[in-house]
Design a protein around this ligand. Structure first.
Ligand code: PEP
Ligand code: MN
Length: 232
C-alpha cells in the first residue's frame, strides 16, 4: 500500500487484513534528520505511513516542541484548527493526541476537514469517553490508537499501561479499526518496546511506533525510541 493519499478511505488502510504500520521519530528535529530518517523508513518492508510530527504537545513547556515533509503517506498531530489549512496536501492522516482527545471543537474541525483521523486515547479516558470522541471524529473515518492509560504501575516502571483489553472492546464490540502505540506506553525503557509491539501485532489492526537513527540523541522521548531495525 504505497500510495499518495489524497482522500484515503478507512477501508484502504485495512484492506485484506493488512496490519497497518506507522513509523517515524517522535518529532522532526531538523530538515536533515527528517530527510535521512524518512528515506530509511521508506526502504523498510511493511511500513505504510510515516510519523512526521512537526509540532509536539509537551507536558512541560521547556521540553523540545518539534520543528515546524515525503515519500510515504504522512501522519501528523494537529494541535489546533489553524494547523489544518497549511497541512493540506502534506499531511494525509490527522492525529489527535492523547492530550486533545476531549477537545471536541478541534476534533469537529478535523472531521469537517475530511481527512482520516487517528484518534489517540486520552490517558485517563474510559472506553465510553474514547468512543464519544470517536463520534465527533466520524465513525466512518476514524482509526483508534490505544497508547496507554494511567493505571498505577507506570509511575516508576512503565510510562503508561497499555490497555489491550480496552482496545479489543473498541475493535471487536464497536468494530472500529484499532491500532496500538507501544512507544509511549512503555516509554521508560526502549528495550521493552518490541515485546509490547508483538502483543499489539497479535491482537490489534496496526501499530504506531517511534524510531530514530540515533535513539540516545533523540531530542524527544529518547528513552523509548527504537533503532530502525524493527525485527527484534
Ligand atoms: C505522539 O504520538 O507524538 C504523542 C505525543 O502521543 P500521545 O498523544 O499518545 O501522548
Ligand atoms: Mn513521543
Amino acid at each position: 500500500m504505497n500510495m499518495k493519499i489524497e482522500q484515503i478511505e478507512r477501508s484502504d488502510l485495512f484492506q485484506n487484513g493488512v496490519f497497518l504500520t506507522i513509523a517515524g521519530p517522535c518529532a522532526i528535529e531538523s530538515a536533515d534528520q527528517f530527510e535521512s530518517v524518512s528515506y530509511k523508513i521508506a526502504q523498510m518492508d511493511g511500513v505504510h505511513a510515516l510519523r512526521a510530527m512537526y509540532r509536539k504537545p509537551r507536558t512541560n513547556p521547556e521540553d523540545f516542541q518539534g520543528l515546524g515533509l515525503s515519500i510515504l503517506p504522512v501522519v501528523s498531530e494537529i494541535l489546533s484548527a489553524t494547523d489544518l489549512e497549511p497541512t493540506r496536501g502534506i499531511v494525509d492522516i490527522l492525529q489527535i493526541g492523547s492530550r486533545n482527545m476531549s477537545n471536541f471543537d478541534l476534533i469537529t474541525a478535523c472531521h469537517k476537514d475530511g481527512r482520516p483521523i487517528l484518534l489517540k486515547r486520552g490517558m485517563i479516558a474510559t472506553i465510553k469517553e474514547w468512543m464519544g470522541a470517536a463520534k465527533y471524529a466520524g465513525l466512518d473515518r476514524v482509526i483508534m490508537c490505544e497508547r496507554g492509560v494511567r493505571a498505577g504501575s507506570e509511575v516508576q516502571d512503565t510510562r503508561f499501561t497499555l490497555d489491550i483489553g480496552g482496545a479489543l472492546v473498541i475493535r471487536n464490540k464497536y468494530g472500529l479499526p484499532t491500532i496500538g502505540d507501544p512507544s509511549h506506553a512503555i516509554g521508560f525503557d526502549r528495550k521493552l518496546v518490541p515485546d509490547l509491539a508483538r502483543a499489539i501485532a497479535a491482537t490489534l489492526d496496526g501499530i504506531e511506533i517511534e524510531v530514530h537513527d540515533e535513539p540516545d540523541k533523540a531530542l524527544c522521548d529518547a528513552a523509548q525510541v527504537k533503532q530502525y531495525d524493527l525485527s527484534h
